[in-house]
Design a binder for this molecule. Structure first.
Ligand code: 5GP
Length: 177
């Protein structure tokens, strides 16, 4: 049996997403911005962020995977790519659900930088700073969290729990260990 403890409820998440959308708009004003949503985990965050963003926003999607169960495999696979014409000379924001070791974000930044964007910044909802192995920090972070395995609001455990409206900590009971 799994046990879920609420870490950030819907109200807290909505408030943070609105703040981030407003901070991003302060940077770009009415200039065009390409927001890249990394699938699948960042999909709820990216949609809410863009719904609250007042400027000229385009949306692209990338799909990468590195996690199996509760552990990062450390091997990043790109499963869905973006065409260069949508990035070249554009202001780009990579939207991530959570940064852990930093491998994925570093991989994504390298991938996008090769397409010569005009500017590139990153925005993550969650950051497990303590787990970092790559020297990379997101430009914008919603919440810094401890070394916990979180689910909900897009985040899964083996494809389950993405539809929870809140972010929770998944704790396994003794029976499952
Ligand atoms: P990194 O490459 O930084 O180690 O891992 C980033 C990716 O691992 C995230 O985009 C996410 O898909 C997955 N991940 C890292 N920590 C967690 C977690 O606590 N819960 C879930 N569901 N996924 C995580």
């Amino acid at each position: 049996m799994e046990n879920i403890e609420v870490l950030f409820n819907e109200k807290v998440i909505n408030k943070k997403v609105k703040e981030l959308a407003s901070e991003l708009y302060d940077i770009y004003g009415d200039n065009e911005v390409v927001f890249i949503c990394t699938l699948k985990g960042a999909v709820f965050f990216a949609c809410d962020l863009l719904k609250n963003y007042k400027g000229d926003a385009r949306m692209e999607f990338l799909r990468v995977s590195s996690y199996k169960g509760m552990e990062s495999t450390g091997k990043i696979e790109l499963n869905l790519s973006i065409s260069e014409e949508n990035i070249k000379n554009k202001n780009v924001v990579i939207i991530e659900d959570i940064v852990d070791t930093g491998n994925t974000l570093s991989f994504l930044c390298d991938y996008i930088n090769k397409m010569n964007p005009k500017s590139l910044i990153t925005c993550t909802l969650l950051d497990k700073k303590i787990k970092r192995v790559v020297d990379i920090d997101p430009t914008y972070t919603g919440f810094v969290i401890d070394d916990l395995f979180v689910i909900g609001y897009g985040l899964d455990y083996d494809e389950k729990y993405r539809n929870l409206p809140y972010i929770g900590v998944l704790r396994k009971t003794k029976k499952d260990l």
